[in-house]
Design a protein around this ligand. Structure first.
Ligand code: SER
Length: 319
């Protein structure tokens, strides 16, 4: 059995990835770790290990004991929170990655997954269909840490043969967990408000188009990348990964197919400046060619799934 460790398992992506691993491979196929206990009972069917990923000693002990084949290192401070605590964001995002890469170099782990982000792009990057090899031009600390991290990953692969794999996620939208501290968080929050028949005030401009992805696609893509034969992986920085692009106005219209009275207002804040530095759409042909990436869920299908899931959750809360 492949032994997996997910670091950052209490986060938006962590919870969803662990749930999928449990469903596909069983709760014992994955151990989970975070600095806080995940707020999700099902996730806790897997063994929980308290870990501050910047603590090299604590990480070594966990890896030594767990004998993991794969580590999914998801712990990070995202774009909006990172701007409030730049040095803390750099420290967490970089130190934790270097700790994992060192452990992999020493042979404690066979394969590493580490996520990058559209935050590596910036004003000097084309806005539409950003090519894989586009200029990286990050304007946030989060983006700078992802850019540097990408090149550290390639360095450890080329120098030491570390099998580290990565994708540049767009904004991720799912109903089983909440995002925290990102610029794309509005696209999750909006469904929670709509489902409760409450008006939502969006912190981005009405016409701000960003690349986005439904969580199930993101999780499937991640596991497909990790299962791909080594020789298929030609990019050791991080793969562009695309699915759909929309603006707050467009997601509002999609939601109104289910909630015709849904009221959407706008009060752009500092996150708007981050959003407008990012591209609108992504060219992910390298991921398609190398390991068969293909997104399945687009905006209206996603709205249907999200609204149904939220309605169910609200019912359970009432009963
Ligand atoms: N969703 C992230 C953020 O908004 C981007 O990777 O920070």
């Amino acid at each position: 059995m492949v032994r997996r460790l997910v670091i950052g398992a209490a986060g938006q992506l962590g919870i969803e990835l662990v749930l999928q691993m449990q469903a596909e491979f069983g709760p014992n196929s994955v151990d989970i770790s975070d600095i806080r206990v995940p707020d999700n009972e099902a996730v806790l069917r897997s063994k929980f290990l308290h870990l501050d990923a910047t603590d090299e000693g604590a990480l070594s002990r966990i890896l030594e004991e767990g004998k993991y084949d794969e580590v999914y290192h998801l712990a990070a401070m995202l774009s909006a929170t990172g701007e409030k605590k730049p040095l803390a964001a750099w420290d967490l995002n970089m130190q934790s990655l270097l700790n994992i890469l060192e452990a992999a170099k020493e042979g404690w782990i066979n394969r590493v997954f580490w996520p990058s982000s559209i935050a590596v792009f910036g004003p000097g990057t084309p806005k539409n269909k950003v090519p894989q090899s586009a200029l990286l031009d990050p304007t946030t600390v989060y983006g700078i840490s992802k850019q540097a991290g990408e090149f550290w990953c390639r360095y450890y692969h080329e120098k030491y043969g570390v099998d580290v794999r990565s994708v540049r996620y767009p904004g991720l939208i799912g109903h089983r967990s909440l995002p925290g501290g990102g610029t794309t968080d509005y696209a999750v929050e909006i469904y929670h408000y709509a489902a409760k028949d409450e008006a939502y005030t969006c912190f981005l401009r009405a016409d701000q188009v960003l690349p986005m992805m439904f969580m199930d696609d993101a999780v499937r893509g991640t596991l497909e990348l990790m299962n791909a034969p080594k020789e298929k992986i030609t990019i050791r920085t991080s793969y562009n990964l695309g699915a759909m692009s929309f603006s707050p106005t467009e997601i509002g219209e999609s939601i109104r197919q289910h909630k015709p009275q849904f009221e959407l207002n706008y009060a752009p804040d500092q996150r708007q400046t981050i959003a407008e530095s990012w591209p609108c759409s992504i060219d992910d042909s390298s991921a398609q060619i190398d390991w068969g990436w293909k997104p399945q869920i687009m905006l209206d299908d996603m709205s249907e799934i999200m609204m149904k899931a939220m309605a169910k959750e609200n019912e359970t809360l009432k009963s």
